[in-house]
Design a protein. Structure first.
Length: 180
């Protein structure tokens, strides 16, 4: 169980949430019974709709939108301001024109917060494929929703355990340009 599960489990005694869980379980059961072509079409559509339905998190600097995929990303989004308050305070202290290198950015909560909260260039790296996908998606959500991030380019970095080197593909960095 993830450390972020606790945050998501608070206040679980909601009758509407229980109803939705039961309906979702029924939907999953019925999807399993469909012919493969129908199941593929519907499951793909449902998955895309779930990814497109972002979670808005209010911060003192504005609203952040997060793509949710699993419990960890939901927990990270819900705890952006509370999990590591010293990090948020540090980001808030960045001087205009600073560069923030977010190494091991996970799903990008601090990168997107810094892009929203400060006049800072952010360069984010994440080696884990699922987290990198969410980092890129969250960057894209901020660009679409805030109108403040004009470009979002990404790069996945991975450590090579055998050579102890850093393997970086030749794609551009995930970089949030400074606001002008």
């Amino acid at each position: 169980m993830s450390e972020y599960d606790d945050e998501l489990r608070e206040g679980v005694d909601d009758p509407e949430e229980d109803y939705v869980k039961k309906q979702f379980g029924l939907l999953l059961y019925r999807l399993q019974k469909l012919a493969p072509r129908s199941r593929a079409r519907l499951q793909s559509d449902f998955t895309q709709k779930m990814i497109d339905s972002t979670l808005a998190v209010e911060t003192p600097k504005g609203t952040l939108s997060f793509v949710l995929l699993g419990k960890t990303s939901g927990g990270r989004a819900m705890t952006v301001l509370t999990k590591q308050p010293a990090t948020i305070e540090w980001i808030d202290s960045f001087q205009p024109g600073s560069v923030f290198w977010d190494i091991g950015a996970s799903v990008g909560v601090f990168s997107v917060y810094a892009a929203l909260a400060t006049d800072t260039t952010i360069v984010a790296f994440e080696p884990a494929a699922v987290n990198y996908y969410l980092l890129s998606a969250n960057c894209g959500e901020q660009a679409a929703g805030q109108g403040r991030l004009s470009a979002c380019r990404s790069r996945q970095a991975a450590l090579d355990c055998q050579t102890r080197g850093l393997a970086i593909p030749s794609r551009p960095l995930l970089q949030f340009p400074r606001q002008t």
